[in-house]
Ligand binder design. Structure first.
Ligand SMILES: *[C@@H]1O[C@H](CO)[C@@H](O)[C@H](O)[C@H]1NC(C)=O
Ligand SMILES: *[C@@H]1O[C@H](CO)[C@@H](O)[C@H](O)[C@H]1NC(C)=O
Ligand SMILES: *[C@@H]1O[C@H](CO)[C@@H](O)[C@H](O)[C@H]1NC(C)=O
Ligand SMILES: *[C@@H]1O[C@H](CO)[C@@H](O)[C@H](O)[C@H]1NC(C)=O
Length: 621
């Protein structure tokens, strides 16, 4: 994921608009006048007074009126205000609001103000309401048998590669400026950005302010082939498409998906998931029950067609008819379940239905039934998705329902695999989630770092896997050093660290045997070591950020970060909803607040905000 300009623009423009309406004596005032506020700073001062949930809901009433005038006027008004305020470049305002505006207008037209839908809408867009209590819901499952996780087999391990968030930009141009005002650079947005016309010419293999050029993507695949020739298969946890989200169209996304998956076939057998960027507009995954002419079926069609040579016709057909989710048995005898997590993602604005569904598109029910079948068949399962279910991007409700399924099937699922955050990290599930302990830790979500250089050095992971239990025995992260003087002529991929080498001997008892599993208790004990030995934690924090930045994480940042590792249910991740109107917050403040990325993306927008957010809590830019 990235804190998209699209989202930021809408988030900035909406409160500006509603403030203007709210402070005007009459709503009959011409809408176009709202763009003509005396100064931006006056307007921002007004916005800063909007810091309560009740105020947000009052303002939604006004927005709802505007939405009822139709999508076009809604989009036009919000776009005008965005441009007038100069919160983003005019083309970004027009593109972003043009794409996302109709979805927000749809929500607003149906919305009953004062319900949990409007509270959650205020929480996500404005950071102005607290999380409502979780609505109790029991996922239908048979009762849990007395089985436990199998012990490691001791047999010679398999190697499995994990890549994520490749974000390939087919419009990347070597020599285009890497210093721009937009979310991603290295494109000739203007003549001054064009190759030969700027002082910041992009290198051939990628820049920290840009998504991946194809050269970097190809370099990754070549590195996997040469460094891990004996791999059993590769998993890819989503996000093919680049981050210029105000420009993406169905045609571009289709082309991006076709191009990337065609190249990725050079890796041989692979399994992929649907990322939040892998459609247009970004994050737009309407659930089956929503009545709209906007559909992402074309994206499921494209992905399932591309995936069919890996997963076969039956699973590909399931992916096509089941919103990108599928279940397939690998040649090694492992049950691979790939689930579309976008139906639990709070920035999928289709989910803000008049009455929010507990199980949009029945993905939880489908997952539970697949796991029942796997358990009955005595299969081991790997569960893959894009968004980690403990992150603040996951609705608390669906995160809790999802964890019910994990708790029920913890003896059948070997491990869970996600991407999305761009960071090298993990999240733990517990049978006692409110009181995490080594004894009750029962599942690991392995969150892989990204390829895209926007958020650190390009990376991939290699797991050592028990061939019988499919437990994770170790993993090694490989990286290409963006700061190396030879990076732009030929990136060198090398080992950064392995988990057992880095941490195994520091634990008590030490876990260094190659055949020992990295159990949930191992990872919990590592988080305890982080608390007790700050040097170990800071080393881990640097690796988490793909060893690119020098940032440290201390105090509240560290406390919240460790809390997040111990939370596969997002309600326990210590995220704090902060009013989104933090225009005066400077980067130093943001960097010290791990939880700042919760709630709202209203902020300075663009690169500055993204960098601050990434530094603060690793939510990728
Ligand atoms: C470079 O800038 C000049 C002057 O603005 C412009 O004429 C030219 O087209 C630009 N080059 C490119 C490749 O856009
Ligand atoms: C990457 O290269 C730079 C410049 O040579 C060096 O300072 C840095 O330590 C390297 N990073 C890692 C993780 O080795
Ligand atoms: C975790 O730590 C506890 C004690 O704090 C210890 O008994 C247990 O063996 C450790 N487990 C692992 C897997 O390291
Ligand atoms: C890390 O710190 C060094 C020395 O202060 C500085 O030169 C370098 O630019 C920093 N690197 C990053 C990526 O911030």
């Amino acid at each position: 994921m990235r804190v998209s300009n699209l989202f930021t623009v809408v988030a900035v423009a909406l409160p500006v608009f509603v403030t203007a309406v709210a402070i005007s004596d009459t709503t009959s005032r011409s809408l176009s006048a709202f763009g003509k506020r005396d100064t931006v700073s006056t307007t921002l001062t007004d916005i800063e007074n909007l810091v309560t949930c009740a105020a947000c809901e009052a303002l939604l009433i006004v927005l709802k009126v505007l939405a009822h005038t139709g999508n076009d006027p809604f989009v036009a008004v919000i776009t005008d205000i965005c441009i007038a305020l100069g919160v983003e470049d005019a083309d970004v305002c027009t593109g972003a609001i043009g794409l996302e505006g109709p979805i927000l207008a749809h929500d607003l037209r149906e919305m009953v103000i004062g319900t949990r839908t409007s509270e959650l809408f205020c929480l996500t867009i404005f950071g102005l309401c607290p999380w409502p209590a979780i609505e109790a819901y029991a996922v239908s499952m048979s009762s849990k048998p007395a089985t436990t996780r199998p012990a490691p087999s001791g047999q010679s391990p398999l190697q499995v590669v994990h890549i994520s968030d490749i974000h390939v930009d087919l419009s990347y141009e070597e020599g285009a400026s890497y210093d721009c005002t937009k979310n991603i650079c290295c494109r000739p947005y203007t003549a001054a950005d064009a190759p030969g016309n700027n002082s910041y010419p992009a290198g051939e293999f990628g820049e920290h302010t840009c998504d991946s050029p194809v050269t970097l993507e190809e370099s990754l695949y070549a590195a996997v082939e040469s460094l891990v020739p004996d791999r059993s298969f590769t998993i890819f946890t989503g996000d093919v498409v680049e981050g210029a989200v105000w420009l993406v169209t169905d045609t571009e996304v289709t082309n991006d998906l076709n191009d990337a998956y065609t190249r990725m076939k050079s890796l041989g057998q692979s399994y992929a998931v649907v990322g939040n960027h892998d459609t247009s507009p970004v994050n737009s995954f309407p659930p089956a029950a929503v009545d709209t002419t906007i559909s992402s079926q074309w994206a499921y069609d494209t992905m399932s067609t591309e995936w069919s040579s890996w997963i076969g016709a039956t699973a590909a057909s399931e992916a096509d008819s089941n919103f990108g989710s599928y279940s397939v048995l690998t040649a090694e005898g492992l049950r691979m379940i790939s689930v579309n997590t976008n139906f639990w993602y709070k920035q999928n604005f289709w989910l803000y239905e008049e009455t929010m569904e507990r199980d949009p598109s029945s993905q939880l029910a489908w997952l539970a039934s697949e796991l029942e079948a796997a358990e009955t068949a005595g299969e081991r399962v790997w569960l893959m998705g894009h968004m980690p279910m403990g992150s603040s991007d996951a609705f608390h409700d669906q995160s809790q329902y999802f964890d019910q399924i994990i708790q029920r099937f913890d003896a059948t699922i070997s491990a869970i695999f996600f991407g999305h955050t761009h960071q090298d990290e993990f999240q733990l599930s517990y049978s006692t989630p409110a009181a995490p302990s080594a004894a009750t830790a029962n599942m690991v979500s392995y969150i892989a770092p990204a390829l895209t250089p926007t958020s650190g050095n390009p990376t991939f992971r290699v797991y050592s896997v028990d061939p019988v239990t499919f437990a994770i025995l170790d993993y090694t992260v490989y990286y290409a050093n963006l700061s190396s003087p030879t990076y732009q002529t030929s990136p060198v991929w090398e080992k950064l660290y392995s988990v057992k080498e880095a941490y195994g001997s520091l634990l008590s008892p030490p876990i260094t045997d190659a055949a020992a599993e990295l159990t949930p208790a191992f990872w919990h004990n590592l988080t305890v070591l982080f608390e007790n030995d700050d040097a170990v934690y800071q080393d881990w924090y640097a690796r988490r950020g793909r060893d690119y930045s020098n940032a440290t994480c201390i105090g509240d940042c560290k406390t919240a970060s460790i809390c997040g590792l111990r939370a596969a249910q997002s309600q326990y991740n210590c995220g704090v909803v902060t009013p989104g109107v933090n225009f005066k917050r400077d980067e130093a403040d943001v960097a010290s607040a791990h939880s700042d990325c919760e709630g709202s993306a209203i902020g300075l927008g663009g690169r500055r905000r993204r960098g601050a957010c990434a530094a603060a809590c690793g939510v990728a830019g």
